[in-house]
Write a protein that binds this ligand. Structure first.
Ligand SMILES: NC(=O)C1=CN([C@@H]2O[C@H](COP(=O)(O)OP(=O)(O)OC[C@H]3O[C@@H](n4cnc5c(N)ncnc54)[C@H](O)[C@@H]3O)[C@@H](O)[C@H]2O)C=CC1
Ligand SMILES: O=C(CO)COP(=O)(O)O
Length: 373
């Protein structure tokens, strides 16, 4: 599939990720119009090609502009990328709906679930805009905004029920520092981004308490099992959780002080209350709002999420942060067998081994890995 000349795209939301994604698309050759709620921010982006609130020191490309008028931003856009806080998506869709064109592809850049409904962002988009899920895609991966805005190379997954849609988005959302892969596992790709936030909050908590690398490695490893259990029970493919949108993003978010979820956790670990942390956070930490709906979903499908349960208890003030640990909440004194992602689907070979073998076979037979993560 070849790139069309100068696509016109819109990005709704001019926080750190929306603005960075606008830069990714513009550096990939598209003409980008950003929509900002605040006219003064739209004016700063349009006139000086800067967003000093969210990306200080970053110069935005000339083929990126901004407006505070939603209809102007959406007019003629082939693809629309949405990066507003997850809990505000539905109200924003109501404003977007009258202006969306019938063939426009809509892409979620968000990593949350809706409180109250437990719906993923692509599901909220399908409902709120009343469009075919084949026109919807999601983007996810180890994508800390500020690193990418500084053009440090990374990769991401674009996922849609329609492979054609995912490929069309991936073609525009790539450039010399941003590599996109595609898949059709929307559930796994979206839940990877949602769930790693919750584990990153747990990592922040133990960091704040002052625990070291063993505790963090144990929580990351057990966290990945928890993420995979949950996502697979929701219909995801286990291997998606071993890819960029799962393990990849988990590593980036748990390791980086740039992560807002990690930062929020660290404040909790240092003894700040949930309301005090919310007050201090100047940017969106989606994990804080996702804990409750994710646990409700987990309980409804009988999946155990002991680490996420403990994060909730710390948020509620019922667990001392220093007591958070990678143990399973069990009354049994019996030692438990360790079930990892490697042996999840045994017999017949584990997920990690099968992914590795597939990549190896592709290399041996001279096929690149351009289309799958
Ligand atoms: N920052 C990052 O590194 C990444 C963020 N994401 C996801 O992107 C989404 C957006 O996050 P960020 O841009 O980082 O957040 P942010 O906090 O930097 O910016 C949020 C933006 O939404 C606007 N906003 C706030 N309330 C709104 C409302 N009711 N209606 C419309 N706009 C509203 C704010 O003014 C701001 O422009 C989140 O779901 C996050 O998980 C995904 C990948 C990377
Ligand atoms: O999703 C992200 C990196 O991939 C950003 O994480 P935070 O929202 O925790 O900053």
């Amino acid at each position: 599939m070849s790139r069309k000349t100068t696509a016109r795209v819109a990005v709704l939301g001019t926080g750190s990720w929306g603005t960075t994604f606008g830069k990714i698309l513009a550096d990939g050759g598209s003409h980008v119009t950003m929509w900002a709620r605040r006219p003064e921010l739209a004016a700063e982006i349009a006139k000086s090609h800067r967003n000093s609130d969210y990306l200080p020191g970053v110069q935005l490309p000339n083929n990126l502009t901004a407006t505070a008028n939603l209809a102007d931003a959406l007019k003629g856009a082939q693809q629309v990328f949405i990066a507003v806080p997850s809990q505000s998506l539905r109200e924003n869709l109501a404003a977007i709906r009258p202006h969306i064109e019938p063939t426009t592809i809509v892409v979620s850049l968000m990593k949350g679930v809706e409180r109250g409904t437990g719906l993923r962002m692509s599901e909220v988009i399908a409902q709120g805009l009343d469009i075919d899920p084949a026109r919807i895609a999601v983007a996810s991966g180890p994508n800390l905004a500020l690193e990418i805005a500084r053009e440090q190379p990374t990769a991401a997954v674009i996922s849609s029920q329609s492979l054609e849609t995912a490929q069309a988005v991936a073609l525009l959302a790539r450039n010399k520092y941003f590599r996109t892969f595609v898949n059709t596992d929307v559930i796994g790709t979206e839940f990877g981004g949602v769930l790693k936030n919750l584990i990153a909050v747990a990592i922040g908590i133990v960091d704040g308490v002052g625990y070291g690398e063993n505790t963090k490695a144990s929580i990351i490893t057990r966290g990945l099992v928890e993420m995979t259990d949950f996502a697979v029970a929701q219909g995801a493919k286990a291997e998606t959780l071993s890819g960029l949108a799962g393990l990849g993003d988990l590593i980036a978010t748990c390791q980086s002080p740039l992560s807002r979820n990690n930062t929020a956790g660290r404040l909790l670990g240092q003894g700040y209350s949930f309301p005090a942390v919310v007050k201090q956070m100047q940017q969106t930490a989606e994990g804080l709002a996702s804990v409750a709906p994710v646990l409700e979903l987990a309980r409804s499908i009988g999946v155990e999420m002991p680490i996420v349960e403990q994060v909730k208890q710390v948020l509620d003030g019922t667990l001392d942060p220093k007591d958070i640990a990678p143990h399973l909440t069990t009354d049994s004194d019996e030692p438990q067998g360790e079930r990892t992602n490697d042996d999840r689907e045994a017999p017949g070979g584990g997920v990690v081994w099968r992914s590795f073998k597939r990549a190896f076979d592709q290399l041996r037979h001279g096929r690149g890995s351009a289309s799958g993560d």
